[in-house]
Design a protein around this ligand. Structure first.
Ligand SMILES: [Fe+2]
Ligand SMILES: [Fe+2]
Length: 329
């Protein structure tokens, strides 16, 4: 249904209060869909048009010191990391970046399949259907970018651990059966990626590789639309849930958010093995480290605020939020 076709338009003053609010909600929802669909047409990027892969200044050299983790990074600040030769520090930073991008490819694969599954049940003329297809197309371009980056590093990169890949296989079905939980999963992946890429851009040109900056710029611009959609979807639909689904959402949301933040923000098991990162360095970086706790909490800040607004962060479920260290910054 288009914005113009909303039947309540022009009649709003004659409707009872409740119906008037519902009509206003519907209008705001359709306006959002129209706006982000329009933006997807006028401001979109293509992996092999908008990234100058073969520009010599965009080439990847694993010993490039710009890939080294800064001292503000939890692992980058450890004594073990600082004691490594400069080339090894750079290679570890690049390997972590490539793992992060591979995780992005795997996350977006699940996301695209879920969005298609969800869109498959929408009726003809649905404005949501059109927007979701724009998002699927954009995610496919992102995955092309991320995978091309991984390929050009020449490093062996697995991304998600096997158990997470197995778990992800069931998620697209969730998009049709329990879309509110699915879109929470979407935020759990998109928000930390978005946050980390914004931080990368804030590091400034001198400290960041131009290829990484370009990928981050493109991704941040397009993800803003995806995040707007997922948040608006949850604001619109979570309040309509019954008791059982609301309980499930309250319980599973911190599990999803906590696990995803951990997978996106800590080195993969493969990186730990490859460079022999000792347990003591991992403990120093990620357990009881205030810098890491703050970074993890900030990466999920917007999603946590939305969950609080939707009444999902309440006792006794706060115990699970605390367990994952994602309750507050
Ligand atoms: Fe993306
Ligand atoms: Fe996205």
């Amino acid at each position: 249904m288009s914005v113009e076709a909303t039947p309540a338009f022009g009649l709003a003053d004659d409707l009872p209060e409740e119906e008037r609010l519902a009509a206003a909600d519907e209008r705001a929802w359709l306006e959002l869909l129209a706006r982000i669909s329009r933006q997807s047409v006028t401001k979109h990027f293509q992996a092999y048009v908008d990234v100058p892969w073969d520009d010599p200044t965009f080439a990847i050299d694993a010993s490039d010191p710009r890939f080294a983790l800064p001292e503000t990074d939890p692992l980058g600040a450890t004594a073990w990391y600082r004691a490594q030769p400069e080339a090894v520090r750079a290679r570890i930073g690049l390997h972590m970046l490539a793992s992060f991008m591979k995780t992005g490819v795997q996350f977006e694969s699940t996301l695209k399949r879920g969005l298609l599954e969800y869109a498959s049940q929408l009726p003809n003329g649905s404005a949501e259907f059109r927007y979701l297809y724009h998002e699927v197309i954009e995610e496919a371009q992102h995955s092309l970018m991320f995978q091309e980056f991984v390929n050009r590093t020449g490093l062996p990169v697995d991304g998600l651990p096997a158990y997470a890949r197995l778990f992800a296989r069931g998620l697209p079905r969730l998009a049709r059966r329990f879309p509110e939980l699915f879109f929470m999963f979407v935020l759990g992946g998109e928000d930390p990626i978005d946050h980390m890429q914004r931080c990368e851009l804030l590091r400034g040109e001198r400290w960041a590789h131009p290829l990484v900056r370009r990928i981050s710029q493109i991704h941040v611009i397009e993800e803003a639309r995806h995040l707007s959609f997922a948040r608006a979807y949850l604001r619109r639909n979570v309040p309509k849930l019954g008791l059982v689904r609301r309980h499930l959402l309250r319980l599973r949301t911190p599990l999803i958010l906590g696990n995803m933040a951990r997978m996106m923000m800590q080195p993969s098991a493969q990186v730990v093995r490859e460079y022999g990162i000792p347990k003591s360095a991992l403990r120093e970086a990620y357990r009881g480290n205030r810098v890491y706790a703050r970074a993890r909490s900030e990466a999920l800040g917007k999603t946590r605020a939305l969950c609080a607004e939707l009444g999902l962060v309440t006792a006794p479920y706060t115990l699970v939020w605390r367990q994952f260290g994602i309750l507050r910054s």
